[in-house]
Design a protein around this ligand. Sequence first.
Ligand code: DON
Length: 366
Amino acid sequence: MQTTPRPLTSRSRAASPRLAESVSPPSPLSTYQTPVNPAPPPTNSDWVSTGHLPTQSVVQQLVDWAHQRFAAVGDGEVADYIPALAAANPDHFGICIAASDGQLVAAGQSEQPFSIQSISKPFLFALICQAIGEDAAKEKLGVNSTGLPFNSVLAVERSGEGLSNPMVNAGAIAATSLAPGDSAEAKWAFIEAGFSRFAGRPLEIDATVYASERATNQSNVGIANLLSAQERLWFDPEISTDLYTRQCSLSITTRDLALMAATLGNGGRQPVSGVQVVDPVICQHVLAVMVTAGLYETSGDWLYDTGLPGKSGVSGGMITVIPGKGGLATFSPPLDDAGNSVRGQLTAQFLSERLGLNLFASRPAV
Ligand code: DON
């Protein structure tokens, strides 16, 4: 049976073209003579789409409504493949929206701590892009969706080059191995400090979750070894997996996550601390990968329903980034079959629609 797709040509595959390298003077639009080497057109930062959330009281009303309505939904199962996660209370349900100006609207258990799990992935990717450059990160990790579950080994083999994307375990472990520093401690210091800047406060590991995942982490170690064999890992496989596990065990609240998501939606500037955590251009690349792969094999359903970049984690957290406006975070442990919070998805879908957040929505010009 053939497991790797046949190349389209016998020559090696050409990389996708980059505008920065190929940009040439615009062709003349009309009859006037353009200069031979015209100055490049102005950059677009002044014309990036912007907006704002509705008033705080409208947002609060809708957040309260969503909390009340979706708290009654009993579907989904709490994850138990990491034994410590099985102890989560399935009734816990928190919602928080952080606006780009730092205003917060919350309902339910928005201050309940839980481990960040896979929601760490977009933030790690952002930090690595900032450290090594977004082009190098794309080339080393890949940015195409796998269409397969988050822990798929097949996805790594099938790409033929050991590439996946930084929203799945393989790509996230590879991204972790690229953290600056030549020791586990130095790499961890970089990761911990970066995540804390996103949250706007010092974050700490949930020691129980870390110990539990570390003891049951064989498949992630296997993925790391496979990546290493394909020369797609840039540090020791066991240490890279351990650093990845530590970062997944960072303890956060829904409020923290809303501010972290809002940072990605605010050109990389933390709305409360005002710290520029990563460059604006990095955020747009991170959000692009979240759109295509943030909910793994159900990313298409998610995008169809919300029209926004999102990321889920097996502890029951979810973030939704609202570019230019803020970030939404939810916490509710019962998950669907793909590992995404059931109430989290319903909340994001409802608020996207009612708050007019869908990036693809438009109105006819008057
Ligand atoms: O590597 C793992 O399996 C976990 N630390 C994270 C997985 C996860 O959160 C998947 N998301 N829905």
